[in-house]
Design a protein around this ligand. Structure first.
Ligand code: FRU
Length: 490
């Protein structure tokens, strides 16, 4: 006798149906999109049984946010992804209001444990609440624990919220027990990141508060991650409602706090704070530790404010960023696209030490699937402004302008084809160092990720520009020397 299909069975059947109808033609080449419908945060980013796994916040039934599921894809190179069946659907009392963001960690017995936020819907007398749940499985099918939610608000000291309590990032400590950072909100300290520990992933105890926004860097902090890197301890958070200050723009942002951590005392000593990404579309970073020791970060290549206005041109909506290798240099968190990208290079076009003045096209340099590095040598020149136009045709372009005298880069997609009055421009610090300034652009059809000075600052943005706008031009206000290296991607 066949049993009634569960909500997850129904989603999986819907996915199979959709997969047959959908063409892969218009998808980005190496940025993950949801199989169908809506996607936001990366979840459960891990290396498990020989493959990278990436789960994601997913609403398969529309291109807008809705009851949250976990979508799933696997990859061997972090760039070419194969869809897996939906991993989690909101189908138990503990998560009926949605399976919100979380992480994945391999257990000692080899199984994979998903740790996620279960949302309990509002009742007549209650607001919606959030608590932490686990589901354990073989990398494709996961069974939710009957003990869910395994971490409730009651596990926390007084003063923490049961309404803003989400996004657990778990890992296994050296002694084989589990740790987790999770976001909460406290009246005075506001966005707060809490540390918990567990012998088995089911029974958790509160260890302490790692850091808090105190209203300086937004209110609620979402999607924390916490790891050691190159002698520092790094805390990543995604704040809501930031005020614009220094290098931080207003609204939803991404912040890296670097410092040191004394685990025994649960004391994080914050030394510096920096934006993770300066672009128009980047949020909710999550990292994994690759088998070769690399700390690799991925983020949602979007923004809660502007996604509402973004065109829905495909049966799917939203993309992940390129996965990035992290390192700390001179106290700064630096990023580089994963080295696996080289396998997508279809050739090399090089122009070395050439002089640019009036708007110029360089032979062989064009396209919307491109890994392009431009190195500018402005020192013995009167050049104060260097302008790169990409995704260009007679009526469109995206401008990357270096205001060398001010040490500033302006990213401007206002002429990139948008019909919406949303923010299209960012101003970012960009200084000439050791005689040069480097701009590495990864273009993948509808997006640009710009790595300034080998990843000192990163600017990630979607562009709505028609695909046949594929010209690239270089211009300066006085003759300047540059080198350019381009690799078409395929
Ligand atoms: C961040 C976020 C998370 C939450 C999820 C819901 O983008 O708001 O805090 O878990 O999205 O989809």
């Amino acid at each position: 006798m066949s049993k009634n299909p569960t909500p997850l069975d129904r989603v999986r059947a819907f996915e199979r149906e959709q997969a047959m109808k959908l063409s892969s033609g218009e998808r980005p080449l190496f940025h993950l999109t949801p199989l169908v419908g809506w996607m936001n945060d990366p979840n459960g980013f891990c290396f498990y049984q020989g493959k990278y796994h990436l789960f994601y916040q997913y609403h398969p039934f529309s291109r807008d946010w809705g009851p949250m599921h976990w979508g799933h894809a696997v990859s061997e190179d972090l760039l070419r992804w194969t869809y897996q069946p939906c991993a989690l659907a909101p189908d138990t009392a503990a998560d009926a209001g949605g399976c919100f963001s979380g992480s994945a960690v391999q257990m000692k017995d080899g199984r994979l444990m998903l740790v996620y936020t279960g949302v309990q819907p509002a009742g007549t007398f209650r607001r919606e609440t959030q608590a932490q749940c686990v589901a354990i499985g073989d990398g494709m099918n996961f069974e939710k624990s009957l003990l869910n939610p395994v971490i409730r608000h009651a596990h926390l000291p007084e003063g923490y919220s049961e309404f803003d309590f989400r996004d657990p990032k778990a890992w296994m400590a050296e002694d084989g027990t589990f740790r987790m950072v999770v976001a909460n909100r406290q009246k005075e300290r506001q966005g707060s990141i809490l540390l918990l520990s567990s012998p088995d992933g089911l029974e958790w105890s509160f260890r302490g508060e790692i850091d808090a926004s105190r209203g300086e860097y937004g209110r609620m902090w979402e999607c924390p991650d916490f790891f050691p890197l190159d002698g520092k301890q790094v805390l990543l958070v995604s704040p809501q409602e930031m005020h614009a200050r220094e290098e931080f723009h207003a609204g939803y942002g991404t912040v890296a706090l670097l410092g040191s951590f004394d685990e025994k005392e649960c004391a994080f000593a914050r030394e510096s704070v920096q934006p993770v990404d300066h672009g128009l579309n980047y949020y909710a970073s999550q990292t994994l530790l690759a088998p070769d020791g690399r700390r690799i970060m991925i983020g949602w290549m979007d923004n809660w404010e502007t996604c509402k206005e973004a065109p829905r041109r495909h049966p799917w909506y939203a993309q992940m960023s390129v996965p990035r290798e992290l390192r700390v240099e001179d106290g700064r968190l630096m990023q580089r696209p994963v080295r696996e990208i080289k396998a997508l290079w279809q050739g090399t076009v090089r122009h070395e030490n050439i002089e640019i003045y009036e708007e110029t096209q360089l032979p062989g340099i064009r396209g919307r699937l491109l890994d392009l590095t431009v190195t500018l040598f402005p020192e013995s020149s009167a050049c104060r402004r260097f302008t790169l136009h990409v995704a260009k045709d007679a009526s469109h372009y995206v401008q990357i302008r270096c205001e060398l005298a001010r040490g500033e880069l302006v990213f401007d997609r206002s002429h990139g084809g948008s019909h919406r009055d949303i923010v299209h421009t960012r101003h970012i610090r960009a200084n000439v160092k050791h005689g040069h300034l480097t701009l590495r652009l990864l273009m993948d059809r509808e997006s640009i990720e710009l790595f300034i000075n080998d990843g000192e600052r990163v600017v990630t943005s979607l562009i709505p520009t028609p695909m046949d706008a594929d010209g690239i031009t270089f211009a300066a206000d006085a003759p300047v020397t540059l080198s350019a290296e381009a690799h078409p991607l395929g």
